[in-house]
Design a protein around this ligand. Structure first.
Ligand SMILES: C[S@@+](CC[C@H](N)C(=O)[O-])C[C@H]1O[C@@H](n2cnc3c(N)ncnc32)[C@H](O)[C@@H]1O
Length: 289
């Protein structure tokens, strides 16, 4: 828990944008324990600038005053989630790391269908603002058109409440759909009704295959129902230390059918941690039968 550091001479951020080393250390420790996210000293400037947005909004003049509020009874209810939201990095894209989607079409889906049948469950963990979920939904909907009887559902989950809200709404600025191939845009995106902005919305036919949960992978149990046939775990492990990576990957593995697939981001490897997976290709793993 972060405490106020009255003795460190914490200044209003207008006067001094620096967070005291002690306050930073306490907050970094809290973030690491609560969200798993490493906050080494070189992230201090980034953390400060993200917190400043919230401080300005709520009218706090110092980090100490803001954090005292965050951890008060009222702040825990009203502000803690927003602080966690700004601490998380939600960068994502449609068709990010497209190799995985090519792999699915060419090898992954045919293998999963022949092993498990035509009804498959997918989990985008973490899903951030939903781009990964809807990319997968487009790819799977296309597959379904070519393979009668194929059906799917996708769960998206994330620690950031803000990101989950965006994912549920499924409305995106037009500039973000750049990576979506034109034929898919025409089928699966519609112009949003907002007059001022250039926005698009994912069509209901895709949204009906998706559901979302607010979830912290630092929790011991994930209440996600039936097991999945494929889990995307891309671009989150990179923020965790090795011990946390191992805990989280092993908890996620409990929710995969034997023979199911587990995909990581291209900057992430499970090579140095102990997991039940076998590696099929770099970043593509399988839970043995
Ligand atoms: C960079 S995004 C990756 C999104 C997507 N998988 C992709 O590759 O584009 C990383 C996400 O991990 C989420 N995250 C970080 N720590 C988490 C935790 N302890 N539990 C659940 N989600 C977490 C963040 O909120 C963020 O949205």
């Amino acid at each position: 828990m972060v405490t106020e550091s009255r003795t460190t001479g914490e200044q209003g951020f207008g006067a001094s944008p620096e967070m005291s080393p002690r306050l930073f250390a306490e907050l970094a420790d809290y973030i690491h324990k609560t969200a798993g996210i490493r906050m080494p000293p070189e992230k201090r400037v980034m953390l400060q600038s993200r917190l400043q947005k919230r401080m300005r909004k709520l009218g706090h003049q110092s980090y100490a005053s803001y954090l005292r509020y965050v951890f008060s009874a009222e702040g825990t209810r009203l502000e803690l989630q927003s602080m966690i939201d700004v601490v998380t990095t939600n960068k994502t894209d449609f068709f990010r790391e497209p190799y995985h989607f090519d792999y699915l079409i060419e090898q992954g889906l045919p293998a999963l269908v022949s092993r498990f049948g035509p009804k498959l469950r997918f989990w985008s963990a973490p899903c951030s603002k939903g781009h990964e979920v809807y990319t997968l939904a487009m790819v799977l909907a296309e597959y379904a058109q070519r393979h009668r009887g194929f059906d799917f559902e996708i769960l998206g989950s994330d620690l950031s409440g803000y990101a989950i809200d965006v994912a549920r709404r499924a409305v995106y600025p037009h500039r973000e759909i750049e990576p979506v191939p034109m034929p898919l845009r025409k089928k699966y995106l519609m112009r949003s009704k907002d007059a001022g902005e250039q926005l698009v919305r994912i069509v209901p036919e895709l949204r009906h295959h998706t559901r979302y949960m607010h979830m912290n992978f630092m929790d011991e149990q994930y209440h996600v129902g039936e097991k999945f046939h494929l889990i995307f775990c891309r671009n989150m492990l990179i923020y965790f230390d090795q011990e946390t990576q191992q805990q989280v990957v092993n908890r996620l593995a409990r929710h995969l059918h034997p023979g199911g697939l587990f995909l990581t981001g291209h900057a992430e490897s499970l090579g140095r941690i102990d997991t039940p997976f076998v590696s099929l290709e770099p970043t593509i793993y399988q839970l043995p039968e």
